[in-house]
Design a protein around this ligand. Structure first.
Ligand code: KDG
Length: 320
């Protein structure tokens, strides 16, 4: 049995060397990047069995994605291969910023093969057998088909007693706050463990106020067992069955911030699946997120010893 199953889109990330611009770069570094596979990789590297599924073109580009995820130990057996000649692989271009030039992300992901993934193509038994099933708000933003598939998979998981975990992960380039809010509100009824960046909860769901009241409000309104609100430099807070846990951040020298939120979720789930309490899971989440920032790429290339050392050396992290 796989402890964790995640699903969503993974793109090829193409980035010019630091200090170069997309307009003029002659070389692009190739990596895999996708919120849900980033979570699966972090959890796998931290010792849990994790699987990721999606729909990819049966081409060198799709195989490049699977090869990279497998190299970290993620089970990709549930991937659906699209063999039509025009099946597309989503790509995103990342130009690293340097003050005052901001980091720039350009998506080329419209009509990627994953946007056609239907429920009937997914391995619902694997989802039902897992302890936790995770996806994020990016997945239903990608197509009407994926909206339905996301709802079906989460409902099937919850009905089978699998813990359903969801990160709001609002992406302004994919949809408006109003469109996202309508979909989130429908999905939240099927969620047991919610990760919400404070900013996303405010922008999309209109939840202003302190983190505790935001978490309590979401937990009560949607009957969610555990709500984790992340507050960037301010740390994170969870309300679980009414009890509050708080966690500071761990200082990190930031090399690449992309994927920090996914590393947070991966670290949380890794500890949770190991029987950790909410407080311990938050501690691992925070340490994994900080560690990710020191590494190039979307993926948190971490080992359990890295996180154990951060937690042992830095205690509860910094609360501001
Ligand atoms: O969280 C990092 C993600 O933004 C990155 O992996 C790409 O999944 C991605 C997305 O859709 O933005």
């Amino acid at each position: 049995m796989t402890a964790l199953v995640t699903f969503g889109e993974t793109m090829l990330r193409l980035s010019p060397p630091r200090g170069e611009r997309l307009e003029t770069a002659r070389e692009l570094e190739v990596q895999a990047g996708g919120a849900e596979s980033n979570v699966a990789v972090a959890a796998t590297r931290l010792g849990r069995d994790a699987a990721w599924f999606s729909k990819l073109p049966d081409s060198p580009l799709g195989r490049r994605i699977v090869g990279e995820l497998r190299s970290h130990g993620v089970d990709t057996d549930g991937v659906v291969w699209a063999d039509d000649a025009d099946a597309r692989q989503g790509v995103y271009y990342l130009e690293h910023g340097a003050s005052p030039r901001p980091t720039n992300v350009v998506y080329d992901r419209a009509d990627a093969a994953v946007t056609t993934l239907e429920t009937s193509e997914t391995d619902l038994d694997a989802v039902r057998d897992a302890e936790v099933c995770f996806t994020s708000g990016i997945t239903p933003a990608l197509s009407e088909t994926l909206r339905e598939t996301t709802a079906d998979v989460l409902e099937a998981a919850q009905d089978a007693g699998t813990t359903t975990a969801f990160d709001l992960n609002y992406r302004t380039k994919l949809w408006s706050p109003d469109e996202a809010a309508e979909v989130y509100r429908d999905l939240l009824d099927s969620i047991d463990l919610l990760f919400a960046a404070e900013r996303d909860a405010a922008t999309v769901l209109g939840r202003d106020g302190d983190a505790e009241s935001v978490a309590r409000g979401l937990a009560e309104d949607y009957d969610i067992e555990t709500v984790v609100v992340t507050r960037g430099e301010e740390g994170s807070l969870a309300v679980s069955d009414g009890a509050v846990s708080e966690q500071g951040v761990y200082e990190a020298e930031t090399y690449d911030a992309i994927g920090t939120g996914d590393a947070f979720v991966g670290g949380y789930l890794a500890k949770h699946l190991d029987g950790g309490s909410v407080a311990e899971s938050l501690q691992w989440a925070s340490a994994t997120a900080s560690f990710k920032r020191t590494v190039e790429g979307d993926i948190a290339v971490v080992n359990p010893g890295d996180i154990e050392r951060v937690v042992a050396d830095e205690g509860d992290g910094i609360s501001r």
